[in-house]
Design a binder for this molecule. Sequence first.
Ligand code: SF4
Length: 330
Amino acid sequence: MSLKKGRVFSGARPTGRQHLGNYLGAIKNYVALQDEYDCVYCIVDLHALTTLETTLDLRNNTYEMALDWLAAGIRPQESIMFVQSQVPQVTELHTYLSMVTPMGKLTDLPTFKEKVREQPQNVNYGLLGYPVLMAADITLYKSHLVPVGVDQAPHLEFTRETVRSFNYRYNTNVLIEPQMKVTEFPKIIGLDGQQKMSKSLNNHIELASTPEETTQRVMSMVTDPARIRRTDPGNPDVCNVYSMHKVFSSADEVNMVNVECRRAGIGCVDCKKMLARNMNASLAPFRERREEFARNPDGVWDVLHEGAGRARAIAAQTIAEVKAAIGLAE
Ligand code: SF4
């Protein structure tokens, strides 16, 4: 019996090699939560099918992401780390939950409307049923807590309502209504200094990049646009290089940049070189661990298979209880 505070569930789409935005915005939090909670971390490949144009890279992206999670510090001996499609009970629960979900509620969701605008050529059923599958992900593992950013709160509210509808409809309390753990996920700006770091915008730095690649990417970062010449004083408050210093550099260095930038005491090239050096030093242990895991790809898949086995055991129990509550044949 675990002495931890409860079970946390979180899922992320298999997007392949993770970047600094993924790490600082989510993975770092995943790692920290393990100290207090039993954690279930799922690579949600079924969700990915709702928007992917091709699945050619799906398996490899799953592997690369798992590699990054492990190297970052997800502990598979404690946490359950697995791939969504390897626990088929989730699609079964999705069906049961869909019976208590009014269509209008799904078509009214802002995220659905947004997707319809984004991919009008592919408005598939999966897209519409996405929140129901998400509710199944969370409730299948009897999760107590789900870490969400403020913008994702409506999704979790949908899950909570679905649980209430199900339990009311079948006069049961078999499904647990999860609580939100609203977390301040820092929004990491990309190398362009404008938009959120993302692979599709190619404004990212992969955790697994070599030190040389990382330095090259850092040197290409957009700085204070008003600082044109080396002799112009800059404003670190509008410069993403400075924001990154706050993550990767010492307090003294951050202070120095803050002061010297404003009086043109430091140039952007030197400022970026210092950032690249600190970033590489900070990522070095991650890269070492990643290389170690990468030497044994079967071992990474074993972790996922073993995680799926543990997830299936919980899932089978929940499905048995759900079927009994509904009155379905055993
Ligand atoms: S000196 Fe550093 S903080 Fe100032 S504008 Fe240049 S890169 Fe940005």
